[in-house]
Design a protein around this ligand. Structure first.
Ligand code: BES
Ligand code: MG
Ligand code: ZN
Length: 498
């Protein structure tokens, strides 16, 4: 889609549809209608009154003649809209575009931007909302002729001259943020028969090939054995799909300001292993690689977004399957740091693979490690389906991530890492046990397990994304059911803030 920035139109606006956001305020609505230049302005205003359009958030008023449809979108009474309001407004536009065929649309925001200093952020969120709301994972479906597929060639935005530069820049950035998110959604939505560790590795290779600032290393089983990743190997044991250890690296064009590792849980299917899951809990377990999808999705656009820090993307990818070679409850394994882990439940596999990917990440001379994992059902008990649980050993890091998440419209809430709870992961025969000895606080005890493998001088944050990584039903106007790509935008925002 091409973005075209124009001055306020003299005559009728361009495109098959003109979208006009408006505040919930009678004067604002009147002046908007006046500026649209209808001959029978009184008629339009009386229709607006008759249909009770007051500009409430989510409300819309549609007018059409044989040339064009004009859609006025209510943005609510709040004068200062937040980034997330704008994102949802763009999503609202897509709801209309699924009903009315259009290739070229225009957006009239001049009046509405007066006094608004953050044009760049506005443009960014509009690009995000449009692209994300259009998303539909339909590659396995026969094409539905009745359904209108939203595919725009051109978006015309009416702006004042001095707003154009910022708007263009923000829109471009927002498009990259959306594309990275969409890449992650695609990876999560891919069925588990396709989405194997080898598939993920191929995706990583393709990402590196397309970008000169990105390189990749894929380790196979033999190399993983050499590195003594006994924890990762133990989870892979039951599967006939070969494991892959993926290490992506992005180097900025100017001297890196910092070195950061992003680690994603990459269980391409979680059956539970010998502690097999009941059928209805297993059904969605193709999503157990969502953390790795976020890392790959982010890397697919990092070369365009260009943060000024070095970034490592690390994924230990394997399946968790039951078979005669599978890891057994009661087994003890060693991670590459030489710590022993008692595997008491094979369904708490993510934390075991992460014991090795976190260890590997810390060997890359990074200052900071952030991991993303669909780690526990317990985080959903604690925070519900739409919030990520954030854990960190560093208050400043936690705060930065919360701020970036807020700006991105991604829900995140910090949970504690209490020292007193460390003993809950005590093992009688090994250094640590992979399940706690209480059923309470499961998201916290899982995070404390991970912390066992984090060295003292490393800044570390863990995001338990089990809830929002996969939307069981439409989560908001721009997040359809399925993989959400959670974390791509918040982390890009955070990397850019460095
Ligand atoms: N992949 C699951 C966590 C999960 C559950 C993600 C639901 C998304 C939705 C993880 O591997 C798991 O099975 N965790 C167990 C841990 C338990 C055995 C300590 C869980 O949460 O039940
Ligand atoms: Mg390259
Ligand atoms: Zn599991």
């Amino acid at each position: 889609m091409e973005l075209v920035l124009k001055d306020k139109p003299d005559g009728p606006a361009e495109g098959q549809i003109l979208f006009c956001p408006v505040l919930a305020n009678k004067d604002e609505i009147d002046s908007l209608v006046k500026s649209l230049g209808y001959e029978d302005e009184k008629f339009v205003l009386s229709r607006i009154a008759r249909e009770n359009f007051s500009g409430k958030k989510g409300q819309s008023f549609v007018m059409a003649d044989n040339l064009q449809t004009v859609i006025i979108l209510g943005t609510g009474a709040k004068k200062k809209l937040l980034a997330e309001d704008w994102r949802q407004l763009a999503g609202q536009m897509v709801v209309h575009l699924k009903k009315i065929k259009a290739k070229k649309i225009s957006l009239y925001v001049v009046h509405w931007l007066k006094g608004n200093r953050d044009i760049k952020l506005l443009a960014q969120t509009i690009a995000e909302g449009l692209d994300l709301a259009k998303y539909d994972f339909d590659k396995y479906k026969k094409k539905d002729k009745e359904k209108i597929k939203v595919s725009l060639d051109e978006l015309v935005v009416y702006l004042e001259e001095k707003q154009k530069n910022d708007f263009g820049q923000g829109f471009e950035l927002g498009s990259y943020f959306a594309w990275g998110t969409i890449k992650a959604r695609d990876l999560v939505n891919e069925p588990p028969g396709q989405m194997t560790p080898s598939f993920l590795a191929e995706e990583a290779l393709a990402i590196a090939k397309e970008n000169k600032n990105i390189s990749v290393k894929i380790l196979d089983k033999e190399q993983v054995e050499k590195m003594k990743m006994g924890a990762f190997l133990s989870i892979d044991q039951g599967s006939s799909q070969p494991l892959k250890f993926i290490h992506l690296k992005y180097i900025p064009e100017t001297k890196a300001k910092d070195k950061i590792a992003l680690v994603g849980k990459g269980i391409t299917f979680d059956s539970g292993g010998l502690n097999i899951k009941p059928g209805d809990s297993m059904e969605q377990m193709k999503m157990d690689m969502a953390g790795s999808a976020t890392v790959l999705g982010l890397f697919s656009v990092i070369g365009q977004v260009k943060p000024k820090v070095e970034v490592h993307g690390i994924v230990a990818a394997c399946e968790n399957m039951p078979s005669s070679s599978a890891i057994k409850p009661g087994d003890v394994v060693y991670n590459m740091q030489g710590k022993s882990i008692e595997i008491s439940n094979t369904d708490a596999e993510g934390r075991v693979t992460l014991a090795d990917s976190l260890a590997y990440a810390q060997k890359q001379k990074v200052s900071t490690v952030v991991d993303l994992a669909t780690l526990t059902g317990a985080v959903m008990v604690a925070l519900g389906p739409d919030y990520t649980g954030l854990f960190s050993n560093n208050a400043k890091l936690a705060n930065e991530l919360l701020v970036s998440a807020k700006k991105s419209g991604e829900n995140m809430w910090q949970l504690p890492l209490p020292k007193e709870y460390k003993k809950l992961n005590h093992s009688k025969i090994a250094d640590v046990r992979n399940i706690p000895n209480t059923r309470y606080g499961g998201a916290i005890t899982a995070a404390l397990f991970l912390q066992e493998f984090v060295e003292k001088d490393i800044k570390w944050a863990h995001m338990d994304i089990a809830g929002p990584a996969y939307a069981e039903k439409q989560a908001n106007v721009y997040t359809p059911p399925g993989g959400s790509g959670f974390g791509v935008r918040a982390l890009l925002e955070w990397l850019l803030s460095k």
